[in-house]
Design a protein around this ligand. Structure first.
Ligand code: PLP
Length: 396
């Protein structure tokens, strides 16, 4: 009945985990939900004031398809500061969240049959979008290297059909922050092999313990002609519901994205655009600093709770706001791979026995991983993780 395309992908695993948590809560269980990829926070005052101003001004019309010129100019200045290079408004497109930016890029860059390298564990939307565009995701396993790909492993899977590589740092779900050396190697490989880099830096403001975020284009300026920066305000301003993201790329790609967006969603919501523009003009960094402080404190408290784990290694959580556990030491091996225990079993047990919801690594291409978000109120987080520790320590 439906188009073949709809069979290429499953709906988002994280959304399914959220739904399971909600169903348990609706059934009367007291659930600590650690599934969400968003931060519990107030609205930034500058965002609120900008939106009110937009409504008072009676803004109601279409903007330019890829965002108002004022917002694109402000974003070009932001990207220029962050990369240490000059970017112009014609190299920026505003989108309804980073997800749409990535979708536009997939549709504009990938031909049927093209291969796209996506290090695993990966955020589920990356391979789904590649498949929708007719491409083939090629995964490389990063689990033996702190969830950062080894350059030799990438090189090994490059073929004449390879079109692009996805670099997501800090990474969802793993929280891994790519080191400068790896990024330089990936940048050089992209230039040498004529590959695009799809550089998703949605979690850039959140790095810890001396780990630093580096835009790949700052390290290897020659990649600029073959690189797309994808970013959003969903995480950096705790603004998931407002749907404002953007991409920075060569102007030919921006122009193709504009064409695509003109036939799909047209411009992102005008009130949200105005609010973000207002924030970029009037924000003094206080809100962002508060958000970073909140996550840093939550991470500390969460790691303290997780330090009681006896068999599961304590996660590094270098960036973002996720704890990603490697459960391989507690999962029971079986002779029959089809019936092997996976993190799905542990996720179900945690929901049933501890009332805590996490996302199984199977959603991220990793049957032994487990993701918990720490973007939630601290008292809930600590209580939830203490219960997780009890179940995992007793797991036989
Ligand atoms: N990129 C990554 C790596 C993400 O984790 C997410 C959301 O979870 C997105 C992009 C999408 O963000 P947005 O809400 O801006 O569409």
């Amino acid at each position: 009945m439906l188009a073949q395309r709809t069979k290429l992908f499953k709906s988002s695993g994280t959304a399914a985990a959220r739904a399971a948590a909600k169903a348990a809560a609706d059934a009367g269980m007291e659930i600590v939900d650690l599934t969400a990829g968003e931060i519990w926070s107030d609205l930034a005052p500058t965002i609120r004031d900008g939106a009110i101003e937009a409504i008072r001004q009676g803004l109601n019309r279409y903007t330019d398809t890829i965002g108002s010129m004022e917002l694109r100019e402000a974003l070009a200045r932001k990207v220029s500061v962050e990369t240490g290079q000059l970017w112009l408004a014609e190299e920026i497109a505003v989108t309804s969240g980073a997800k749409q930016a990535l979708f536009n890029v997939a549709m504009a860059l990938i031909n049927p049959g093209d291969q796209v390298i996506i290090p695993a564990p990966y955020w589920t939307t990356f391979p789904a979008q590649v498949q929708i565009a007719g491409g083939t995701p090629v995964h490389i396993d990063t689990r033996g290297n702190g969830y950062v790909p080894r350059i030799d492993d990438i090189r090994r899977v490059v073929t004449p059909l390879t079109r692009a590589i996805v670099v997501n740092t800090p990474g969802n779900p793993t929280g891994a922050v790519y080191d400068a050396e790896t990024l330089v190697a990936i940048g050089r490989l992209a230039v040498e092999q004529d590959l695009w880099i799809i550089f998703d830096e949605c979690y850039a403001p959140f790095t810890y313990d001396g780990h630093r975020h580096h835009p790949v284009v700052s390290l290897v300026p020659e990649v600029r002609a073959r690189m797309v920066i994808v970013n959003s305000f969903s995480k950096s301003l705790a603004l998931t519901g407002w749907r404002v993201g953007y991409l920075a790329a060569p102007k030919e790609l921006i122009s193709a994205v504009k064409g695509l967006q003109s036939h799909t969603t047209s411009n992102p919501n005008v009130v949200a655009q105005h609010a973000v523009q207002h924030h970029l003009r009037d924000g003094d960094g206080t809100f962002e600093a508060r958000l970073r402080g909140q996550l840093k404190a939550a991470r500390q408290a969460g790691l303290a709770a997780l330090s009681q784990l006896q068999r599961v290694p304590i996660p590094e959580a270098q960036g973002g706001f996720y704890f990603y556990l490697d459960l391989s030491s507690v999962l029971r091996p079986t002779l029959d791979d089809d019936h092997a225990e996976t993190s799905d079993d542990i996720v179900s047990a945690l929901l049933a026995q501890a009332g805590v919801a996490g996302v199984s690594g199977t959603a991220f291409g990793d049957a032994v991983g487990l993701r918990f978000s720490y973007g939630i109120p601290p008292e809930l987080l600590e209580a939830g993780l203490e219960r997780v520790v009890r179940v995992l320590n007793a797991w036989i």
